[in-house]
Write a new protein. Structure first.
Length: 83
């Protein structure tokens, strides 16, 4: 029972100290938290887009290399009269 009472008193004192020592109003704090949440979401989205772009770039380079090799081989065969 003493533990619960101490917990409630500590919680109450913490809330009171937070309200008295807060550097800005609750509305301003909520707005700041909302803005930071948006920035974090945008940062995660940017990372995902960057990852997908890198994957697409790698796939594009692979396709280019395969196509270039295939066309070079066909050109060589056509030039030598094999086709």
């Amino acid at each position: 029972m003493k533990f619960i009472a101490g917990l409630l008193v500590g919680f109450g004192l913490g809330v009171a100290a937070g309200l008295l020592l807060a550097p800005q109003s609750g509305e301003a704090t909520r707005a700041q938290l909302s803005e930071q949440g948006i920035q974090l979401s945008a940062g995660a989205l940017n990372d995902e887009i960057r990852t997908r772009a890198q994957e697409a770039l790698v796939q594009g380079r692979d396709l280019y290399a395969r196509t270039k090799t295939e066309l070079s081989e066909r050109y060589s065969r056509a030039k030598s009269g094999e086709l």
